[in-house]
Design a protein around this ligand. Structure first.
Ligand code: SF4
Length: 99
């Protein structure tokens, strides 16, 4: 796949489109440091202070050691609603809108 060539040293950020989230929690299993299910049954990203970020479309940085887990989450997400993009130009590199 072409998106395997992404330079993992680049700063990446991730967001979830809650409108499509099925609430199955696969992302939370892969990367509990980044994703969490709220009481509404939907998954949200978490900031560095471990707080859920609930503004629609809001992103958090992807910690490099967790990149593989976050990418696997995006690939396995049944709602196809986890978006990983370059922070610099907001181009999606993993997720439903990646090239
Ligand atoms: S894997 Fe996708 S659909 Fe499932 S809880 Fe996480 S964001 Fe929602």
């Amino acid at each position: 796949m072409s998106n395997e060539t992404v330079d993992t040293a680049e700063a990446l950020e991730v967001w979830i489109d809650q409108d499509l989230c099925t609430g199955d929690g696969i992302c939370v299993q892969y990367a509990p440091e980044v994703f969490e299910l709220d009481i509404d049954g939907l998954a949200y990203v978490k900031d560095a202070a471990d707080e859920l970020v609930q503004t629609p479309g809001a992103t958090v940085p992807v910690p490099l050691p967790l990149l593989r887990d976050v990418v696997d989450s995006a690939r396995e997400c049944p709602g196809e609603c986890i978006h990983v993009r370059r922070a610099a130009d907001r181009v999606e590199v993993y997720g439903p809108d990646a090239p």
